[in-house]
Design a protein around this ligand. Structure first.
Ligand code: NAP
Length: 313
């Protein structure tokens, strides 16, 4: 059933029985929530999850939900991701999370792609940028579940660094020089201090094709292409080393993290296996980063179970 039909069912007072069946079906599947699903990365990611579902690209069947904020989810996106449930959420106030709990339940994995992601906009309104980019409402919502079993994958930026040298490493100190970077560092700190299961991905500029429902913000390749098509001269910065990442590489990393986290949570797996699975997931992910040339920045994959497994072994 496509989402559009599901929504109509809701509006026309669905039978209790059908509602129950839907709930049971959802409960049996892995639940993925993409916060900021209408943005550039969010749309690519949602389509990749749907594709993985349809083609058995992963050993799991996903139930997919996503959030939108400023306007209703665009129809081309809804058409591209049938079966997905949209929820309006405001990270600033926490509005909308309760509805997700009631309808969708606790997600197994949350990917937070929502942000004020344009540095200029952050400079104009630092308070709003801070309130949205530090996802305290999201973390508090995750804390409200009895079991802290959700993995939070959070998008950060290479703009956490000062920019005085090139090719920063994860262990370099984060010294942000703009409001955007400062909000991202604050977000990293907030998450690491308040939630046990998280991966923070410090991405550089994300490039790739336009989304199924075009995003309003300027995209790097499309901007260059447009300027060249008009025969315009393109001016580039010449005093920065950035390591852009192809959006589908970033999506692959997030899907890999998802699969590896989920594979460690099987209820029939003994507790020790669970710990080990998580460690393998982390190890494999780090190996993938080391051997990949995407120059992607992994900040942390921190889970307190590391300390536990070390003590067990
Ligand atoms: N794009 C890049 O080059 C790049 C580089 C490094 C890091 N990142 C990070 O990667 C993540 C994804 O970036 P992106 O380019 O995909 O961002 P984007 O296109 O700007 O999307 C932002 C998303 O945030 C949502 N949002 C805005 N305000 C919100 C609020 N108050 N409550 C809830 N949701 C809200 C938007 O929803 P509506 O559209 O419905 O308002 C949209 O879905 C961000 O964390 C960004 O900082 C991006």
């Amino acid at each position: 059933m496509q989402y559009k039909l599901t929504r109509r069912d809701h509006n026309s007072t669905p039978s209790k029985e059908r509602h129950q069946r839907q709930k049971q079906r959802r409960m049996s599947k892995v639940k993925i929530l993409v916060v900021g699903g209408t943005g550039y990365l969010g749309q690519h990611l949602l389509q990749a999850y749907v594709h993985a579902n349809a083609n058995n690209g992963t050993p799991f069947a996903f139930d997919l939900a996503f959030t939108h904020h400023s306007s209703p989810p665009p129809q081309p996106l809804l058409d591209a991701i049938p079966f997905s449930l949209p929820f309006q959420v405001d990270l600033k106030t926490g509005f909308g999370f309760e509805a997700i709990s009631n309808t969708f339940g606790q997600p197994d994995v949350v990917v937070n792609c929502a942000a004020i992601s344009v540095p200029r906009a952050c400079e104009i309104d630092p308070a709003t940028a801070h309130a949205i980019n530090v996802p305290s409402s999201l973390v508090k919502w995750l804390q409200s579940f009895e079991k802290r079993s959700t993995l939070l994958i959070h998008l950060s930026t290479d703009q956490v660094y000062e920019g005085e040298k090139s090719f920063y490493k994860e262990e370099d100190i984060a010294v942000p020089v703009n409001v955007y970077g400062k909000t991202k560092v604050a977000a990293e700190q907030f998450i690491s201090e308040n939630y046990p299961n998280f991966a923070i991905l410090r991405s550089s500029i994300i490039y790739g094709p336009q989304t199924v429902s075009p995003v309003p913000k300027s995209l790097p390749i499309q901007w260059i292409d447009g300027a060249l098509a008009k025969g315009e001269k393109v001016e580039f910065f010449h005093d920065e080393f950035r390591c852009p990442i192809y959006v589908k590489d970033l999506v692959t990393i997030i899907l890999t993290l998802t699969s590896q986290w989920i594979s460690g949570t099987g209820l029939l797996v003994p507790k020790l296996m669970y710990w080990l699975d998580v460690c393998y997931a982390v190890k494999n992910f780090l190996m993938m980063l080391i051997f990949s040339d995407t120059l992607f920045k992994l900040a942390k994959f921190n889970n307190k179970i590391f300390a536990e497994i070390l003590s067990i072994l």
